[in-house]
Design a protein around this ligand. Structure first.
Ligand code: GRF
Length: 219
């Protein structure tokens, strides 16, 4: 952890906050990256978003640029193999010395070489109540299955897809007239609070892992 002078300092007498370094991985619209950037900016998350990394050109990358966040593109097609891409991605992320790496709408499976490099400080945001509806079409699958409640999950990443220990979940009811779009919109609204909350707890050192169980330590 690193101290950022003046960060979150609302009065000259306030003790300086200890700040962590966050790296966010994205592939799409980047609304969760923005929610996290806002939360870092206004002190809800005691950290700095030091890099936004995308695997493709996407809206989120443009938004990161507009916000003057450090952003970079690491595309599989620019590498000889998936292994070479995974190693490059690991090295780019590691170069930013992250305390926490957040996969927020990153639409690729992270290889073991990446997962192992950031073990215990690598989390994913998934738009269902895991272990239900793993995979890339979680919102559609929940709707098609007919569940009445779905939601979002933040979990540690391990080497199985959408499988690692669950840190926090938030639910939302499914409405009779929901479409994939309307339901995903409500889930994202939840996520915009859920993800900063988890990142804050993590950077405050309050997330404890015991086997598969995660406990949030009281202040
Ligand atoms: C989120 O719903 C997240 O759960 C899923 O992808 C979506 C990303 O949305 N993995 P955005 O790019 O942050 O808007």
């Amino acid at each position: 952890m690193r101290e950022v002078p003046g960060h979150r300092q609302t009065t000259p007498l306030m003790v300086r906050a200890v700040a962590g370094r966050l790296v966010v991985l994205i592939s799409g619209s980047g609304s969760n990256m923005e929610a996290l950037a806002d939360a870092c900016g206004d002190g809800r998350v005691p950290g700095d978003l030091v890099a936004v990394v995308a695997d493709r050109e996407c809206m989120g990358l443009k938004l990161a640029e507009q916000r003057e966040l450090n952003h970079l593109l690491v595309r599989p097609k620019d590498y000889e193999s998936r292994d070479a891409w995974s190693e490059a991605l690991r090295d780019e992320v590691a170069a930013h010395q992250p305390d926490l790496v957040v996969s927020a709408g990153f639409m690729r499976i992270l290889a073991p070489v990446f997962v192992e490099a950031f073990e215990g400080r690598l989390i994913n945001l998934h738009p269902s109540l895991l272990p239900s509806f793993k995979g890339a079409h979680a919102v559609r699958d929940a709707l098609d299955f007919g569940v009445k409640i779905t939601g979002s999950t933040v979990h540690f990443i391990d080497n199985d897809v959408d499988h690692g220990p669950i840190i926090m979940q938030k639910p939302t009811p499914v409405r009779d007239d929901d479409t994939e779009e309307s339901l995903h919109g409500r889930i994202k609204a939840l996520e915009h609070r859920l993800l900063p909350e988890v990142c804050a707890l993590f950077l405050e050192g309050r997330v404890e892992l015991a086997g598969r169980r995660v406990r949030i330590r009281a202040r």
